[in-house]
Ligand binder design. Structure first.
Ligand code: KG4
Ligand code: ZN
Length: 334
């Protein structure tokens, strides 16, 4: 095979069908995403069976389009990287099996990617020059965890949520105030017009030792507050909820970065797209001597360039690949 390696990335862990083509370790040739949000919005959340069927319907077209947009032929692909977990088992099975089929058909290796590691590689795509070590906060709709990154591929989880993920809490509060799923971006937008100090929502586990998080109590506090105060301004509810979530995330992450003697914190995952969060994290980091970096918004929310980048690194640098007998793991961790 002539030329630099080319990775075909496939991501179907939840409700987005996504395909990317990556050259080398960080050059994105195409990065397509098809969101099923409209399909699930009437149910107020993702319906796994509906998601699986739609992935199966859309994936072949998306792969074709991603290859065409990359301006290459199928014969240039030298690796397939497909999300192996964590996520919903049906959707994962569709993408991972499709990836194995592509790898077999093209006689190239496949590497199964941990979606959470993928989020860390979003940082590498944006800042290939800012190598680890650093502390990483992965904050999305399904996960909230702090990971000490000694080097790419070398991780130690130092804290994670004991109940809901931060994005999940925002999505549930969004539902209570009439915002469609997923609600994070809209809460972030209307929070700009509200008062973050209007309602003193609790900061669960903010002062507890260690670096675990809890967001279920906050969600319940918002529910009770709304029952008692049905006329509360939604902008103030959004701003006060977001203020609580962001304060907890900021305190814990900056403290963990210092405790583990790192001077850089990277914040990745969908909730890292929040303007309010970016602002608070950056200013608190500055006060405490921690540099805080975020990928651009499009790399914070789910994308497949990050999955392809993680897979390319694992194969090209660590020599890894998976057998065709490998199966997805809905609870895959670090
Ligand atoms: O990383 P992601 O796209 O998917 C998962 O792996 O979960 O994260 C999705 C989460 C959702 O909970 C969504 O409400 C939240 O990220 N989100 C935001 C923003 N954009 C997406 N939360 C706050 N502010 C945003 N701008
Ligand atoms: Zn994600």
């Amino acid at each position: 095979m002539k030329g630099p390696p080319v990775t075909l990335g496939i991501e179907t862990s939840c409700d987005e069908t996504a395909v990317a083509v990556l050259q080398g370790e960080t050059k994105i040739l195409s990065d397509l995403i098809y969101s099923q949000a409209d399909l699930h919005s009437r149910y107020g959340g993702v319906v796994p069976e509906v998601a699986s069927r739609d992935h199966l319907r859309k994936l072949p077209y998306l792969v074709k389009d991603a290859i065409a947009e990359a301006g290459i032929g199928f014969e240039r692909i030298s690796l397939v990287a497909a999300t192996r977990g964590p996520g919903l088992i049906g959707p994962l099975l569709v993408g991972f099996s499709y990836g194995k089929g592509m790898a077999y058909g093209l006689s190239v290796p496949i590497v199964g990617v941990n979606h959470l590691e993928g989020h860390i590689f979003a940082h590498r795509l944006a800042h290939p020059e800012l190598d680890p070590p650093f502390m990483a906060l992965i904050v999305s709709g399904g996960h909230t965890c702090l990971v000490d990154v000694e080097g790419y591929g070398n991780y130690r989880v130092v804290g994670s949520t004991v109940d809901d993920a931060a994005g999940e809490a925002l999505d549930k509060v969004g539902k209570m105030i009439g915002i469609g799923y997923p609600a994070g971006a809209e809460i972030d937008r209307i929070a700009g017009k509200g008062d973050p100090e209007a309602i003193p929502f609790p900061r669960p586990m903010a002062d507890s030792p260690g670096f675990d998080f809890s967001f279920a109590g906050l969600k319940t506090a918002v529910l009770y507050h709304l029952r008692k105060n049905p006329r509360e301004r939604v902008e103030d509810v959004a701003a006060s909820t977001l203020a609580s979530v962001v304060e907890i995330l900021t305190l814990k992450s900056i403290e963990a970065t210092r405790r583990y003697h790192r001077n850089r914190l990277i914040v990745v995952g969908g909730v890292a797209a929040s303007a309010y969060l970016r602002d608070r994290m950056t200013s608190t980091g500055r006060e405490r001597g921690v540099e805080v970096d975020f990928p651009p918004i499009r790399f914070c929310t789910d994308n497949t360039a990050m999955i392809a980048a993680a897979g390319a690194f694992r194969h090209l640098r660590l020599g890894e690949s998976d057998p065709l007998s490998a199966v997805p793991d809905p609870r895959l961790g670090f």
